[in-house]
Ligand binder design. Structure first.
Ligand SMILES: CC(C)(COP(=O)(O)OP(=O)(O)OC[C@H]1O[C@@H](n2cnc3c(N)ncnc32)[C@H](O)[C@@H]1OP(=O)(O)O)[C@@H](O)C(=O)NCCC(=O)NCCS
Length: 335
């Protein structure tokens, strides 16, 4: 018999329309998840309220809290889009670990998700999280460095800085940047390349979710991101009129301390020409036009452990390693 069954821990679902309960759940989930990490982002109250105030119609969300003697000590969440792996988060406050609370939350999640998913995926930045997930019968699917760039960025790396033009430009390449919704005349190129990213991005042994990058879905995503406080800072690279790469940075106006450098893709046929660097530099310049970005302290980005070209490029821009993201996967009903 496991410790969880002896424990007086109480696990109850959270109603996402109950504002106070939702924010308390989000706070405990974030506190446990980010304990001990440097410059770790978590969704603000405003973003969380917007996210659950306008849920995706087809998505199932499960929110649970764990309490001991009326005190919240842990939380879990799961999101499932039909046919895709369930994405789960489990966190326990550091003062209450190794008492079976995480396992009890995992058991409750499995029960709730039983008819909704076959496969579960979970992320962790800690040895404890990975050990816990392995003990749950999951396996390591992929790992990425989380890199941080301290702001403001050193002048040398930026356009107009000390590095020579040859370092900063890719001959024959034009980068078009914008902030917010994608200009209508570029949306087909954006849809094509972001769909390519969904199939190209290294995912190790993880199950790849279905593609959702048609134009209607992209426009819905832009609206949802805007409602949650995100400004999308984006750029497309063109070679003789053909889009060959893109990059994007996310800034949240409710919480602009940590920005996220998200996807960067260069079409395979055009790699090795400095396009990734040109894209990133042009988009950093584009970022300067977002007022909230002026108060940012870090840009974070994720690069697969074996993606040497991108690690080299990110280091040359001043990014340093902060921690490692491990993504684990397993069957919802193991064995
Ligand atoms: C992962 C986490 C939720 C575990 O919560 P917890 O309540 O301490 O976990 P449990 O007590 O239920 O542990 C269950 C089993 O997981 C394994 N485990 C948990 N923490 C471990 C650690 N630090 N080292 C090695 N094994 C560990 C053990 O097998 C443990 O069983 P045991 O105590 O009988 O040996 C907690 O450490 C946490 O919040 N970490 C940060 C968030 C995170 O990474 N979440 C991702 C989870 S997939």
């Amino acid at each position: 018999m496991s410790e969880a069954q002896h424990s007086p821990v109480q696990i109850v679902p959270v109603d996402p329309t109950d504002r106070e309960a939702l924010l308390a759940w989000n706070a405990v989930l974030g506190e446990g998840f980010n304990a001990g990490r440097e410059a770790a982002w978590w969704a603000s109250d405003e973003t969380t309220l917007a996210q659950f105030g306008d849920p995706k119609p087809e998505r199932l969300s499960v929110l649970l809290v764990a309490s001991l003697d009326g005190e919240m000590v842990g939380a879990a969440g799961a999101e499932v889009d039909p046919g895709d792996p369930a994405e789960v988060e489990i966190s326990v406050l550091p003062t209450h670990r190794r008492q079976g609370i995480g396992a009890a939350l995992a058991a409750a999640l499995r029960e709730t998700l039983a008819d909704h998913a076959e496969v579960v995926q979970a992320e962790s930045y800690s040895e404890a999280g990975v050990a816990f997930a392995l003990a749950q019968g999951m396996r390591l699917g992929n790992q990425e460095h989380r890199l941080l760039l301290d702001l403001p960025v050193g002048r040398a790396a930026l356009p107009g800085g000390d590095s020579s033009d040859a370092d900063r430009t890719a001959p024959g390449i034009e980068v078009r940047t914008w902030r917010g919704a994608c200009p209508q005349e570029l949306i087909q190129d954006w849809a094509r390349l972001s769909t390519q990213m969904e199939t190209d991005v290294p995912m190790g042994d993880l199950t790849r979710p279905a593609s959702r990058s048609d134009v209607t879905e992209l426009r819905r995503g832009e609206q949802r991101m805007d409602a949650q406080g995100w400004t999308l800072v984006r750029g497309l690279a063109y070679d003789a009129g053909t889009a060959v790469g893109y990059t994007e940075i996310f800034v949240n106006r409710h919480d602009p301390e940590i920005l996220t450098q998200d996807d960067t893709l260069v079409d395979r046929a055009h790699r090795g020409r400095g396009i990734g660097r040109a894209l990133k530099l042009a988009n950093l310049e584009n970022l300067a036009g977002v007022p909230e970005a002026g108060s940012a302290r870090w840009i974070q980005t994720y690069t697969a452990l074996d993606n040497t070209p991108m690690l080299v490029l990110n280091r040359s821009l001043g990014f340093r390693q902060a921690d490692v993201l491990s993504i684990l996967e397993g069957e919802l009903r193991p064995g």
